[in-house]
Design a protein around this ligand. Structure first.
Ligand code: SF4
Length: 365
């Protein structure tokens, strides 16, 4: 017969209570962020009226080495997804992979808007960078911030992950750091960038496809307008920061005219850009699906794109003609003939002046 009182009994009762307590403390699936179907649910940091959700994403690594990306540089992307929502954006796949790889549950956002309305915020990026960055491993390679999504997209105003990453980089020396953005928000960090430039080689590229707001709005629903981006070029240049124009992507038959490219270069030069370069639109499947429908009202142009983009790249004849045009314009406007050339390259003899108004259709499209 078991005793019902005494110290041994109380001990057994306490032990059983602890067991019960432990069982109750075991997190329920919802507390683990698991949905009933086994997918994960991450904390929603904020929501906008138009439906955008900002989701907290923890990472174990923030600087991606060339070996893992196949690119020639290290890359850092503080956010996955981008509210700017450019029709030609190639990074939509990265967003889908992140969702699938992490087994994340669908948000309340319609799937076709997922990339631009469900933004993953790498909230611990700066801490992870401080712990994991090994400058000796990076060596002379460029560390490029904003290779897949814009590091100064609207989310940055709210969450400051890019700024925190730059602050973390103040703890290192001797790196080559590049930033690519379409946003004048980068000028917010002008003093921080100037401090960084004392410790590292720092360059900023302001990406822009046209100086015409109507063209911008046709292909980029929510990016800042050209005058604001050029104002950022000026602010950075005045602070002594190496800033250039990245005319990209150049849309064949739309933004590749002498006047359009030359006008952008002239505006960039006037604002203080030290370099200007560009490249043609790439149409990998995900970019093709977003971009081609925007052309649908112009059947002739849409047909030329279908004919000339048989794969992700436009044909080599067009590429050669475009590079020639860019080099000519770089020389005319006093830019290095190639962004990787030393600055003295701009002093090479200028090639012959271009024809005044060659129709853009002469390029292979
Ligand atoms: S700003 Fe860059 S990352 Fe954002 S949608 Fe446009 S192309 Fe994509």
């Amino acid at each position: 017969m078991q005793r019902t009182s005494g110290p041994g009994v109380r001990l057994r009762q306490l032990l059983s209570l602890r067991l019960v307590t432990v069982r109750l403390a075991k997190p329920a699936p919802a507390q683990l962020g698991l949905m009933l179907d086994g997918t994960r649910r991450l904390p929603v940091l904020d929501r906008r009226d138009r439906g955008t959700e900002f989701i907290q994403l923890s990472v174990s690594q923030i600087a991606n080495p060339p070996e893992s990306t196949g690119m020639a540089f290290w890359s850092i992307n503080p956010y996955i997804g981008c509210e700017f929502g450019c029709s030609y954006c190639y990074a939509r796949d990265t967003h889908r992979w992140t969702v699938e790889r992490n087994g994340l549950a669908g948000g309340s956002v319609e799937p076709r808007f997922d990339f631009e309305r469900r933004i993953f915020v790498k909230h611990d990026a700066a801490t992870v960078l401080r712990k994991t960055l090994e400058p000796s491993r990076v060596g002379n390679r460029l560390v490029l911030i904003g290779t897949a999504t814009d590091p100064y997209q609207p989310a940055e105003r709210r969450f400051g992950v890019t700024r925190a990453i730059l602050e973390a980089l103040l703890g290192f020396r001797g790196l080559s750091i590049g930033i690519t953005t379409k946003s004048p928000l980068v000028a917010r960090d002008v003093r921080l960038l100037a401090m960084l430039a004392q410790l590292h080689r720092v360059s900023v590229s302001i990406s822009i496809i046209s100086s015409d707001p109507a063209v911008i709005r046709r292909f980029e629903p929510r990016t800042p307008l050209p005058h604001a981006r050029l104002r950022a070029v000026r602010a950075l240049a005045e602070a002594g920061i190496d800033v250039g124009l990245l005319i990209a992507p150049i849309l064949p038959g739309i933004t590749d005219g002498w006047g359009a490219l030359g006008g952008l270069m002239a505006a960039g030069k006037e604002a203080g850009a030290r370099r200007a370069d560009g490249f043609a639109l790439r149409l990998a499947p995900v970019a093709r699906a977003g971009f081609l429908p925007v052309l649908s009202h112009d059947r002739a142009l849409a047909a030329r794109y279908q004919a000339n983009y048989r794969g992700p790249q436009v044909g080599p004849a067009y590429q050669r003609a475009l590079i020639g045009r860019l080099r000519t314009l770089q020389a005319i406007h006093g830019f290095p003939l190639n962004k990787f050339d030393p600055p003295t390259a701009a002093r090479r003899p200028a090639p012959p002046s271009p024809p005044v108004a060659e129709p853009v259709t002469r390029l292979a499209l």
